[in-house]
Structure formats: C-alpha cells, structure tokens
Design a protein around this ligand. Structure first.
Ligand SMILES: [Zn+2]
Length: 245
C-alpha cells in the first residue's frame, strides 16, 4: 500500500493557503476562563506497554477557531500537524463513503477570517461549516529504521508499541509507515513521531474523485527532516530543554 503524509498547500511566498488555528483573542483570557483554549493531555487511547497517552493533545469544547486564507478559497480539508478539519461538504461525502479512520466529527465555531497574500474577503465564497476530525490513533507507527531516523541521543530507549522515547528526532529521510502495524484505516495518526497524519491511496483517490480542495499528499519518500545544521540544532535543543524542565 502506498501512504502519504496529509498536508496543506503553501503559496510560493510561504503562506499556508488555508490554516485553522485557535481564536487568537482567546489566548488573552485567564486560564480559568472557560473560553481559554484548552487541551486535555490525558485522553486515551493509552499505550498497552508504557501506559502513556498516545493522543497527545485533545481539544476540549468550546472549539473556537479562526481561519487564515492566503489563496481565494476555503479548503474542504484543512490540516495543521495532527489537526484535521473537514468542511460540511467533505464530511457528508466522507460519511457516504467506505473510508475508515475518522472516529468523530466535532463542529467548530469560526470567529474570524484573516486574509493574507492579497486575498480579498469580499470576493470569497461563503464560509463553510467546519468540523474538527478525531483521527484514529490505532497503533499504526512508522518504520524508523527504513526512514533512517536520527535521534537526538544515541541508542534511545524506544517503547516497542507506541515508539515513544526521550528526546527528539533530528532527522529522517522518508517517512515510512510500518506496514506490519497498519490496521487498514484509510487515515490515521502515526505513532512515534508527533503531528503526522497519514492517509492511504484510497483516501487520496477519494479526495481527487470528489474534487475536495485543500489537501496536499506528500509521498512517504518525499518527506524528510534534517536538523543537523549546528545552529538549528542548538536552538532546538534549548527549546526542548525548556519543555522538559
Ligand atoms: Zn508505549
């Protein structure tokens, strides 16, 4: 089976064509304000071996968001790392399909449309209703040997099931799904490497047949990461230390 990293399109001057983020003004609220953007870190599923939660960030209601548009359209599928949003059109077509991997749709509220890159709000089509998609975290993981993963510390201790480890990944060439761990879902979150949603060929052709916009499919062999440049490495290491202290 061929797999693809689900991503979005970038303009030539590096804007995301479509991007959905938390509603900016909500970050100014106090943390005990129910409208402060909140995430649960203890939402299952949990790893049967090391018992860590495998779905790292689960957004709690209310799901208040804003959309950024740098090309004059509202995408049917808008992604940001492990977050995936579907328009109502994409949701309806998905529910009529045989595809598997989206466990739940939760309606989001879009409070702001921010236009960039010369896009004019008045010329945009009406804003669709959007849904946050709960994507399966079903044990599918990556083949870090095939991907030639380079870890921040040599010989890391990696959980045999969820592939969790202490440290971060400094590089890989190609992001390959471990086929022995694939459970047949057409869309799923990859364990062992944060924020990567993978889809199979059937998902990709479903998107293309239905002319759904916004989804960019990057073949496994074409995704790579290289944080080996010395300056970049020290920056990331400092950041990482900040997180773990
Ligand atoms: Zn584990």
């Amino acid at each position: 089976m061929k797999f693809y990293l689900l991503s979005n399109f970038m303009t030539s001057n590096c804007w995301h064509e479509n991007l959905i983020t938390e509603y900016d003004k909500d970050w100014d609220r106090k943390e005990d304000d129910p409208l402060y953007p909140r995430f649960s870190r203890d939402q299952g599923p949990f790893c049967p071996v090391c018992h860590k939660n495998m779905r790292h960030l689960y957004p709690l209601s209310p799901l208040r968001r804003e959309i950024h548009v740098a090309k004059p359209y509202f995408g049917d599928i808008v992604t940001r790392g492990a977050e995936v949003y579907f328009s109502d059109r994409a949701k309806i077509i998905y529910e009529e399909s045989d595809l598997k991997g989206i466990e739940k749709f939760r309606k989001i509220e879009i409070l702001k449309v921010a236009c960039h890159n010369g896009v004019r709000k008045a010329k945009l089509s009406p804003l669709p209703t959007y849904y946050w998609c709960q994507i399966a975290v079903d044990g599918a993981t990556w083949d870090y040997e095939k991907s030639k993963a380079v870890f921040s510390k040599p010989d890391p201790i990696i959980c045999e099931y969820c592939k969790d480890y202490k440290g971060f990944i400094r590089g890989y060439s190609g992001l390959y799904v471990d086929e022995s761990r694939w459970n047949g879902n057409n869309i799923f979150e990859l364990l062992g490497i944060g924020g990567k949603i993978m889809v199979d060929e059937n998902f990709k052709s479903w998107v293309e047949c239905n002319n759904l916009t916004g989804a960019n499919f990057i073949p496994e062999s074409k995704t790579s990461l290289d944080l080996n440049a010395e300056s970049l490495r020290s920056t990331i290491e400092k950041l990482y230390d900040g997180f773990t202290e």
